[in-house]
Ligand binder design. Structure first.
Ligand code: ATP
Ligand code: MG
Length: 375
């Protein structure tokens, strides 16, 4: 069993800076947990404490049912893959893969078998006698992953392992690492994985669950689907999703027997199911949040529940367009399939356009606590 548990874990660096503020996190045996967040939010610090490369200032870290706070890194049953690969430059790929096992004084046959197996999984067989300087970035990264695999760790730790690769390679390595995780699971030796990234595509596509961090705090731990569709707070709502969710100030008002949000000169009615939850926020300042794909734009006035804006900018993504609308003093982003976008942009920039929201998918956030009012 290699579940990982953080209990009220803190990190205060020697200069007095508190990087991690008492986090609680449970990662199940065999789970793929991604830690994501902006630069400096303490993703690496958190991972390095788990690896034993940083001391823990407060709380406990468990691997299985053992507290590992004071355990040496090599006694923790972990293997870590870094951003910069950290291969030994004077050793061949084969020697790099074997190095950790040799240090552990494993039998020669066993080492050869493990190295060959890892080389096969990662398609490194033809490169076993190459030196690191003869490898491409992607190949070097595969060796770094191979070096972790041969250790047969209970827990895999990855710290931004793909950020030095170009976009195409990143996409293929992403799939490779996910497949490896599934393969180990199928073979009956699931490896608990903690994967740090600031890339939300990696987070969304690789994680069983994702832990979103901000300034040393955990903002939400959830499945990719829940983070996208049910963000608990404004930070998660804004961080997950590209282009970003539109999050703008609004007021909730009573009008014609129903609650509406204001936007520019217009008002948009909330759905019946939303009315009850927002009743106590009437006449208060809140933020509404709507993803760009839920902003429905039209070149003609919308007779029902529509509002008016001005088209100020467009971006052509090929299969879709991002349309930027100005509505009074706010700006909205809409994501529109190319064939629907063309008649809208035909009028040119600075022309009036009309839009409405798919209110079912609208979020409202308390301006003070920034929490999602609907959850
Ligand atoms: N040795 C140190 N002494 C003091 N402060 C540190 C030290 N190492 C990191 N920090 C600070 O702790 C905070 C968290 O750093 P950390 O490297 O964990 O962030 P990160 O989320 O991994 O960022 P990035 O995405 O840029 O890698 C940052 O504010 C950083 O400046
Ligand atoms: Mg980092």
């Amino acid at each position: 069993m290699a579940e990982v548990t953080f209990r009220k874990v803190e990190k205060v660096y020697s200069n007095g800076f508190k990087a991690v503020n008492g986090i609680d996190l449970h990662i199940a045996d065999g789970e793929f947990m991604v830690i994501v967040g902006p630069s400096g939010c303490a993703k690496s610090t958190t991972l390095r404490m788990l690896a034993g490369l940083e001391t823990v200032s407060g709380g406990e870290i468990y691997i299985g049912d053992k507290i590992v706070n004071n355990l040496a890194p090599k006694a923790r049953g972990i293997a870590m893959v870094f951003q910069n690969y950290a291969l030994y430059p004077h050793m061949t790929v084969r020697e790099n893969l074997a190095f950790g096992l040799k240090l552990g004084k494993m039998p020669k046959d066993y080492i050869a078998q493990q190295v060959n197996e890892a080389a096969k999984i990662l398609e490194l067989e033809a490169l076993l006698d190459s030196l690191p300087r003869q490898l491409s970035g992607g190949q070097a990264q595969r060796v770094a992953v191979g070096r972790a695999i041969v250790k047969k760790p209970d827990v895999f730790l990855f710290d931004e392992p793909l950020s030095n690769l170009d976009a195409k390679l990143r996409a293929s390595m992403r799939i490779r690492i996910s497949d490896l995780h599934k393969q180990l699971k199928r073979s009956g030796c699931p490896a608990t994985t903690v994967y740090v990234t600031h890339d939300q595509t990696e987070a969304m596509t690789m994680g069983d669950r994702i832990c979103v961090m901000k300034q040393g705090h955990i903002m939400q731990v959830d499945t990719p689907d829940n983070l996208y569709h049910a963000p608990q707070n404004m930070f998660v709502a804004g961080f997950i999703g590209a282009p970003e969710m539109n999050i703008r100030p609004t007021t909730i008002i009573h009008k014609a027997g129903a609650l509406h949000i204001t936007i520019g000169q217009d008002t948009l009615p909330l759905n019946a199911s939303q009315q009850e939850k927002v009743a106590r926020f009437v006449d208060k300042n809140v933020f509404f949040g709507i993803r760009p794909e839920e902003v429905l734009v039209s070149a003609q006035p919308l007779t029902v529940d529509g509002a008016q804006g001005t088209l100020i900018r467009t971006e052509n993504m090929g299969h879709e367009f991002f349309l930027y609308l100005a509505v009074a003093d706010i700006e909205l982003t809409a994501r529109v399939p190319a064939d629907e976008a063309k008649p809208i942009i035909a009028g040119g920039l600075n022309c009036p356009v009309w839009f409405r929201f798919n209110m079912e998918k609208c979020h409202l956030f308390d301006a003070e606590s920034e929490r999602n009012i609907y959850l």
